[in-house]
Design a protein around this ligand. Structure first.
Ligand code: SAH
Length: 244
């Protein structure tokens, strides 16, 4: 039997947000590869080998998946949310590009519900007009590039979603990001901190940029910033469909 790789997103947390096609592929897999907390979400069963690894070894993980699939295994590579959003899908293609011996391996990418969309739904519709997503981690890009993108996105009046906003290893950068946003958007712009979205301990907090502090975000938070028209209606935050 020939092997394959399925790169799947497990959604933001809640089991009902795992798509039916991802559930099917979990049932067919012989091997699961991914970051420890995501592999933990897969129920062990006979005939299924779980390969959980730590953060920042994405290319090793991807190469392992390619090797196993070439050997005939049915390999599921898991990410949280969507696998194409700051996650494993690009890592697998980078590994494939660098190692042409794996060119024959069949690869399927299966979408999942990404954190910003689950967070936006929980808040109302803050991404209801044009928006962009920015990864605030400078692990794979220089901080000056992040600052530049932030500034230009704010000037273009995009609503914005920030992934990996603040970690223990880089505690100060999110404060700098907030300063840029305040300078570009003013203090009244709405900002939503959505933590552990779709988990039982989900928290959602919307404040103005003037009241936002760096401590409101951590690595389990996705941050949404509205555009200049984003506003509250009752307990909801929404961005109108029209602009200008
Ligand atoms: N592929 C994932 C993103 C991985 S990057 C996706 O599509 O959602 C990891 C970042 O995603 C975290 O630092 C956080 O900003 C965000 N994130 C992932 N799951 C989340 C959740 N349930 N609630 C809030 N933010 C989440």
């Amino acid at each position: 039997m020939s092997g394959w790789i399925a790169i799947a997103g497990l959604g933001p947390g809640r089991e009902t947000l795992v798509t039916p096609e991802v559930r099917d592929v979990i049932a067919q897999a012989t091997d699961v590869i991914g970051y420890i907390p995501y592999v933990k979400r897969i129920t062990p069963r006979a005939g299924l080998t779980l390969h959980a690894t730590d953060n920042r070894v994405e290319i090793d993980r991807a190469t392992h998946a390619l090797e196993l699939a070439q050997g005939g295994a049915r390999v599921l590579v898991v990410s949280s949310g969507d696998p194409g959003v700051f996650a494993m899908a690009s890592a697998v293609f980078e590994a494939l590009e660098a190692q042409p011996q794996f060119a024959g391996v069949e690869i399927t990418v299966m979408p999942g519900i990404t954190a910003m969309l689950a967070a936006a739904a929980a808040a109302g519709a803050p991404l209801g007009h044009d928006f962009c997503a920015i990864n605030l981690s400078d692990n794979l890009k220089p901080w000056r590039l992040i600052e530049n993108r932030l500034r230009l996105a704010a000037r273009a009046d995009f609503a914005m979603a920030f992934y990996n906003p603040r970690s223990k290893s880089r505690p100060h950068q999110f404060g700098a990001a907030l300063e840029i946003l305040r300078a570009e958007c003013g203090p009244d712009r709405l900002i939503t901190f959505a933590r552990n979205v779709s988990h039982p301990d989900q928290t959602l907090k919307t404040v103005t940029l003037g009241d936002a502090t760096p401590e409101m975000a951590d690595m389990r938070t996705v941050v949404l910033v509205g555009n200049s028209a984003t506003r509250r209606v009752g307990p909801y935050v929404y961005t109108p469909r029209s602009a200008g």
